[in-house]
Design a protein around this ligand. Sequence first.
Ligand code: SF4
Ligand code: SF4
Length: 462
Amino acid sequence: MGKSLPVLHSPGTPASQSAFPSNVTRFDSPATRGSDNPYDGRTVDDFKPYLVALNLTKRCNLKCDHCYLDATTKLGGGNDELTTEECYRLIDQIAEVNRGCLLVITGGEPLVRPDILDIARHAVKLGFMVVFGTNGMLIDDPMAKELVDIGVMGVGISIDSLDPEKHNAFRGLAKAWEGALAGIEACKRNGLQFQIHFSAQPMNYQELPKVVDWAHDLGAKVLNVFFMVCTGRGEELSDITPSQYEEVLGYLVDCQDKYNDMLVRARCAPHFKRLAYEKDPNSPITKAQGYMGGGCLAGTNYARVTPNGDLTPCPYMPLSAGNVRDKSFVDLWERSDIFDSFRYPHLKGKCGDCEYSEICGGCRARPYVDHGDWLDEDEWCLYTPKGGDKVEVAFNVPEATSVVWDEAAETRLNRIPYFLRAMVKKGVERHAVERNLSVVTIELMEELRKKRFGNETPVFKF
Ligand code: SF4
Ligand code: SF4
């Protein structure tokens, strides 16, 4: 694990599969599948970007051990970054494919980039949901207020340990902990929603139960626990072992029942869904497809743009489909063999054989970083497939119901990303049946949204 890889560029768009590295497993393309072979029922409309990470700068005010961008210090690293105008153009192009998607503006530390608020403003005006991934140190009251005024939905602030000394040592700066906490308090004072991000590593994974309680007491609505793929500066770190990984995921599955008002999710550990299914086949985690359920959306509904404009399937994969300076985001998203390989994969090894491949599928970055074949099995999963039927994904399983949706409610339902739609639909219908209501209306949806999230906006608006 953790070999140093240059950004690998796609040989062309469109390109023939023969141009791929020879060890990469073959995959179908829409052309080879044919319209009479619908695979799993998904259509091109299901391959919209719902989550795009914009790594808009390498610059950072910290020097974290695990940074996948190998972010340079505050003063350097800005020369080849997309300009303000290029960022606007990129965002306009993303809007051509799906302006309802969630844009995560991050870096490096995004708030050190002087034009970052203008870029966020541009995206919000176009209708995007915008959040920032930040270390929190540059968020004071005026900054938090400005982010709220712009319409930014929230910020994700990273915490690596509840021990300030450990956090500061890892982040490479004294007072990083105090800065992050001050940032969180500024968010709270100014009504800016915040999530806590925690990267599970050998040095801190045993702290997780305390971190979950701490985040809950702090008022976080979401705790995202990331499982690092060792790239960038993180190549020098060792990952947690597969059995530690399994232990942490099991704990996170148990957390689902414990905290009703805070989502606790594993990120970049798709077999979180397999563990959830083993515990309860009707678990909301397994019904929620992709990111919200803790699965992997890389290349299917998720992409990342690097500071100089390369489009990759996710932040941990330095595998470029092309550069947005040379081609439009729309072209790269819709007509790249790299992206098709994630949408119609023939997974190798145990991931290919596994009953859970439809709801999990493994992390594609781990085999890529390890030996270049992103469609190979995920060796960080301990499961041995048993050869049973494939566990189906929720969006392919229609459920009989006596409840009908009026037109306005149905329109709103259809605006919800498909990987959340089945879960939301089922929850609303169950509620309607419990209250003897035969029709779902906008008012009922709004009432349930408020019940779930208070007056705050949920992670995905609906
Ligand atoms: S490929 Fe791995 S690192 Fe990338 S989004 Fe999927 S689970 Fe996360
Ligand atoms: S073997 Fe692969 S598809 Fe199956 S649970 Fe493990 S990571 Fe997921």
